[in-house]
Design a protein around this ligand. Structure first.
Ligand SMILES: CCCCCCCCCCCCCCCC(=O)SCCNC(=O)CCNC(=O)[C@H](O)C(C)(C)COP(=O)(O)OP(=O)(O)OC[C@H]1O[C@@H](n2cnc3c(N)ncnc32)[C@H](O)[C@@H]1OP(=O)(O)O
Length: 421
């Protein structure tokens, strides 16, 4: 019998969907190595491999068989994806064009040699970023530069604005995936994109207000309020939006900050200065990378208090997702501080979910953990924290939790979907 690699669903799936991977037609107990590879749109190669042993009938099912070593160990049905590592140092897996898939190649090789034995079987699988029927609508309305993703159908959908962090541009991959779950999601650029400012010295919340109003007045967006989703500096901006602007019902903040950082934040006649930084507190890790964890002080004291976002003004319901090993900044302290300030003013206590050994970059499921990359603002290689497996588990769980939260608060629905790694 000729060995074959099978994937379920066959041929194609959405990037955030779990896959069933199996090999058939092996010899009983045959040692094999499985390899997965994909190239990003800049040509950078990401790879993972793991050693396995076929069962007594010559079958191998990654949901039941433990990996005996390689990029990961133990039963990890999706390990060949989340454990991928870039060939290029300091490189993150980013999807730029969400209209094309990542093409994943899977190979089964004979034996356990590090460089791979004879090729036994091969499969190619497309991982897509737009579920069938999801529509992509570029938005250039007034000052707003964005891309709106609409679920299939003519109805109205809960609306969400999605913000990324430092680096700017217009990453669309999270918004496009989330639209596949029944939300109208607008990925919003705010700097370093098109005719928007190149830098982030001053952020005007009026720009974000225009985006909120655009989404709220869209005929396919269900009111009366919208949701916000943001990571890092994007999470911090969501907190500011929820504190100063109207029309925001629910916000999910992934490793955000309680205070304004890097540039000034202006809204009408108010200005929040950026937190002060102390670059003498940058540490060098044993790999020669930079750890910026202590660059911003906590507790926030003295003149720095002017940078604190007035969360107590907000009537938004919050879900704060925290990587407990975030080395970018003190996300857990910030989440607790947000909670403390809201409660001190009689506001609703936010839900905080802390993920042990998860780092800064909590992405949608199966994006490989990124140890470090060039800080887009300071141009130094910084560590993000986390440990690959725990971080991968956090990403799967966070993705489920944020969808359930938005369905509950924007749609009035309680949905529970079991998380799968
Ligand atoms: C000395 C003083 C220190 C002081 C220290 C103080 C710290 C004081 C505390 C601050 C604390 C901050 C806390 C908030 C920290 C966040 O916000 S963490 C960052 C979160 N980042 C995001 O959410 C992603 C934001 N977006 C992006 O990064 C960009 O949109 C994208 C996705 C890279 C695309 O942007 P683009 O402009 O189309 O990209 P492109 O022109 O191809 O490349 C731009 C640069 O990114 C790099 N890049 C592109 N693709 C990749 C990739 N796949 N992997 C890695 N790099 C890539 C390129 O190399 C390029 O660099 P250069 O070649 O110019 O050197």
């Amino acid at each position: 019998m000729v060995p074959t690699v099978s994937l379920e669903p066959a041929g194609r799936s959405c990037w955030d969907e779990p896959l069933s991977i199996s090999v058939h037609g092996l010899a009983p107990e045959q040692p094999v190595t499985l390899r997965a590879a994909l190239r990003d749109e800049k040509g950078a190669l990401f790879r993972a491999h793991a050693r396995y042993r076929a069962d007594a009938h010559g079958g191998l099912d990654l949901a039941r068989a433990p990996a005996l070593g390689g990029s990961f160990a133990g039963i990890e049905p999706m390990g060949l994806l989340w454990a991928m590592e870039p060939e290029r140092p300091l490189w993150r897996l980013i999807k730029r064009d969400v209209q094309t898939p990542f093409v994943v190649e899977l190979e089964a090789l004979d034996g356990h040699e590090p460089d791979g034995g004879r090729l036994l079987a091969r499969a190619v699988h497309e991982r897509h970023f737009m579920a069938p029927g999801v529509r992509r609508v570029p938005v250039r309305e007034g000052r707003v530069r964005a891309t709106l993703f609409l679920p299939p159908g003519n109805g109205t959908f809960p609306g969400i604005i999605d913000l990324f962090g430092i680096g700017g541009g217009l990453p669309e991959y999270r918004a496009s995936l989330l639209a596949g779950k029944g939300f109208a999601v607008m990925a919003l650029a705010y700097y370093n994109y098109d005719d928007l400012p190149k830098g982030m010295d001053v952020m005007h919340l009026e720009y974000f207000e225009e985006a909120v109003n655009y989404l709220l007045s869209h005929p396919q967006v269900k009111g009366p309020g919208i949701g916000l989703l943001g990571i890092s500096k994007g999470g911090e901006l969501c907190l500011s939006m929820a504190s100063f602007l109207k029309g925001i019902t629910a916000a999910v903040i992934i490793n955000g900050s309680v205070a304004n950082v890097i540039g000034k934040l202006c809204y009408k006649d108010e200005t929040l200065p950026p937190l002060s930084t102390n670059v003498d507190r940058i540490r060098v890790t044993k790999d020669g990378l930079k750890d910026i964890f202590d660059v911003l002080s906590f507790p926030i004291e003295g003149p720095d208090q002017k940078s604190i976002i007035p969360v107590e003004r907000s009537d938004t319901t919050f879900l704060l997702l925290v990587g407990q090993d975030d080395r970018n900044w003190k996300s857990e302290c910030y989440a607790n501080e947000i909670s403390k300030r809201l409660q001190a003013h009689g506001k609703e206590k936010p839900q905080i979910i802390c993920y042990p050994e998860a780092g800064h970059y909590i992405e949608p499921p199966y994006f490989p953990w990124c140890k470090a990359s060039l800080h887009a603002y300071f141009r130094i290689p910084v560590v993000f924290g986390g440990e690959p497996r725990a971080h991968a588990m956090a990403q799967v769980d966070a993705w489920q939790k944020l969808q359930a939260f938005f369905h509950k608060h924007l749609d009035g629905e309680v949905r529970t979907t079991p998380a799968k790694l």
